[in-house]
Design a protein around this ligand. Structure first.
Ligand code: SF4
Length: 240
């Protein structure tokens, strides 16, 4: 465990030394976020923390945002979707359009997540992510540094790339870290309330996201398009 923590700290320090104020942490407030926030705080790296409020988040996410800000004494900048885009999308397709087709689900993710994150990342060269190789088949080859972002050209640092889910949960427990209340209800990946569910024993960690879709299209929202291929329409962008 000490080796993997040291590796994560080294990745964070390397990112900070290389990018300084041009480095940002877009935080999702899932389990991995609890660990990253603690490691960033431990090293006093002063990496700015931002997040997205899609308008469909669980109340527990707002609660943990406030709790983390108070616990670490940090400012968390919240970015929102453009209200005109949301209103026009909902007027045309309804409030639950993401259930109707893959294309509409991707449109919703684009309007509520990808576009706001594009705006949020505009002033940065690099970002920290909580992605892990063991989260899903689409992330199996993930390494600690990813320089092949097909959309922004931003460098992505994945300090937890080689952590297991058990190591994440053990670290949270051992250090009594503030964490999302849904983690205690078997939510391994937390996003919008309507598109996230708890997982059962043996399920892929990302299985609780867009579970009504089939195949690997259901594991990514367009924020983290794999760097090995160009994103298709509706998948543009990278995120938390
Ligand atoms: S996760 Fe669901 S509600 Fe949230 S932006 Fe994507 S499709 Fe829309």
């Amino acid at each position: 465990m000490q080796d993997i923590i040291a590796q994560s700290l080294s990745v964070l320090q390397q990112a900070k030394e290389k990018h300084g104020e041009r480095l940002v942490y877009p935080c999702s407030f899932g389990a991995e976020s609890a660990v990253l926030l603690a490691l960033i705080d431990q090293q006093q790296l002063n990496i700015p923390v931002i997040t997205l409020d899609t308008g469909r988040l669980p109340q527990a996410t707002h609660d943990i945002i406030a709790q983390v800000a108070a616990h670490y004494g940090i400012k968390i900048t919240v970015f929102f979707p453009d209200h005109r885009d949301v209103e026009s999308m909902v007027a045309k397709h309804g409030v639950n359009l993401f259930r109707d087709s893959l294309a509409l689900r991707k449109q919703c993710c684009s309007v509520r997540k990808v576009q706001p994150l594009k705006r949020a990342l505009a002033h940065y060269d690099a970002w920290i992510t909580g992605r892990r190789a063991k989260q899903s088949a689409t992330r199996a080859t993930l390494d600690c540094v990813d320089t092949t972002d097909p959309v922004y050209g931003l460098i992505k640092y994945n300090p937890l790339a080689h952590w297991s889910w058990q190591q994440i949960m053990d670290f949270i427990k051992e250090h009594k870290l503030p964490h999302h209340a849904l983690l205690d209800q078997h939510y391994s990946s937390i996003g919008c309330e309507c598109c996230t569910r708890a997982i059962t024993m043996g399920e892929d960690a990302r299985a609780g996201r867009w579970w009504w879709e089939q195949g690997d299209v259901a594991t990514e929202c367009g924020l983290h398009v794999t760097s090995l291929r160009k994103p298709s329409e509706g998948e543009q962008g990278e995120g938390i």
